[in-house]
Design a protein around this ligand. Structure first.
Ligand SMILES: Cc1cc2nc3c(=O)[nH]c(=O)nc-3n(C[C@H](O)[C@H](O)[C@H](O)COP(=O)(O)O)c2cc1C
Length: 319
């Protein structure tokens, strides 16, 4: 598939994951062979006010193209202004969040709240498309709840104002992350519009991605939770979709080496205090499936300095 002038084949995207897919994670993802990443979602309003944490999230220097920035907000004009600022920071695709289920976001009329106000959702997309000269994409859920599925109607509205690609997370807002993603709706959306559709929800092994494409006809897939502590899943899935071959998963030594390199990047970008805090959760994900994981988890959570945490990880290498 094509997005603007980018030829992406059948892309396997790393999902936007707030608090996870920061610069350190994205660099680690690229280092293990991943290609297409999204930023964490960024508040349009905070971007306009040049909030310093937001500007850090926007650091895209040295990253591979297309550099996809995800914005959230409720006001069309603010979103359009924020999109222009994002492009100044070298974004070359603007994605709009219409799926975040978190109460503090939806109560402001942002994220998944837009699933209840389709004219506003359309006006936001239209304002951003009019303002910028790069592709604009949107990420949606199916609807607010099972009685209010709006995915097909919303997809048509977004296509009509010039949105160039749509990611469908096949859950409702009320589901949050529970139950199963209902891929059938991805198939219906794909049938009703001509822009590329990216299928999302419950891809945890490469074969899931194969089934998702086969069952829905979607043009690419996006992986979120499956990539936690496991950035390899995405290049392995890409390889499977291209050649039909499942490559072996990395050995534990490689996993730990990559976790240590990830930690160095987190420390570089976030400093010791925040970096240690954030790396604890990543480290717990990286050691999933390792022998004595429960005990190691305790040691990770109790590590008081970066050195403590690095020692716990190195211990695994020495075993
Ligand atoms: C910790 C976490 C943070 C997330 N942050 C975002 C976000 O910033 N923007 C967004 O559109 N979706 C976000 N999502 C949703 C994911 O991008 C994805 O749609 C969802 O996890 C379903 O895909 P999966 O089944 O592969 O995990 C987040 C999900 C998780 C678990």
């Amino acid at each position: 598939m094509k997005l603007g002038h980018f030829e992406l084949g059948v892309p396997v995207f790393l999902a936007p994951l707030a608090g996870v897919t920061d610069k350190a994670f994205r660099e680690t993802f690229c280092a293990v062979g991943g290609e297409h990443a999204w930023t964490e979602m960024i508040s349009a309003q905070a971007l306009i006010y040049q909030n310093s944490r937001t500007l850090n999230i926007l650091d895209l220097r040295g990253e591979a193209e297309p550099r996809i920035i995800q914005l959230f907000g409720r006001d069309p004009e603010t979103m359009a202004r924020a999109a222009l600022l994002a492009i100044d920071c070298s974004a070359n695709v603007i994605d709009i969040n219409m799926g975040c289920p978190v109460p503090k976001i939806v109560k402001n009329g942002e994220g998944a709240a837009l699933l209840k106000d389709l004219p506003r959702a359309q006006a936001i997309a239209s304002a951003v498309v009019q303002a910028v000269n790069v592709p604009v994409t949107v990420k949606i859920r199916l609807g607010w709840n099972d009685d209010e599925i709006v995915a097909v109607e919303l997809a048509k509205r977004l296509e009509s104002v010039g949105v160039q690609m749509l990611t469908v997370h096949a859950r409702t807002r009320e589901q949050f992350y529970s139950g199963h993603a209902n891929w059938e709706w991805i198939r219906r959306v794909k049938k009703e519009v001509s822009i590329p559709i990216i299928g999302n929800g419950d891809v945890f092994i490469p074969e899931d991605a194969g089934r998702l494409i086969e069952q829905t006809g979607c043009d690419g897939v996006m992986i979120g939770r499956g990539a936690l502590g496991n950035p390899w899943l995405i290049p392995l899935t890409q390889h499977y979709l291209k050649y039909g071959v499942i490559l072996p998963e990395p050995l534990i030594e490689e996993r730990i080496q990559v976790a240590l390199q990830h930690f160095d990047r987190v420390l570089r970008y976030k400093g010791e205090r925040i970096g240690l805090n954030e790396m604890r959760k990543h480290a717990v994900w990286y050691i999933k499936g390792v022998r004595r994981a429960a005990q190691l988890r305790g040691e990770i959570m109790h590590s008081r300095t970066p050195n403590d945490l690095q020692s716990v990880l190195r211990q695994i290498l020495q075993r």
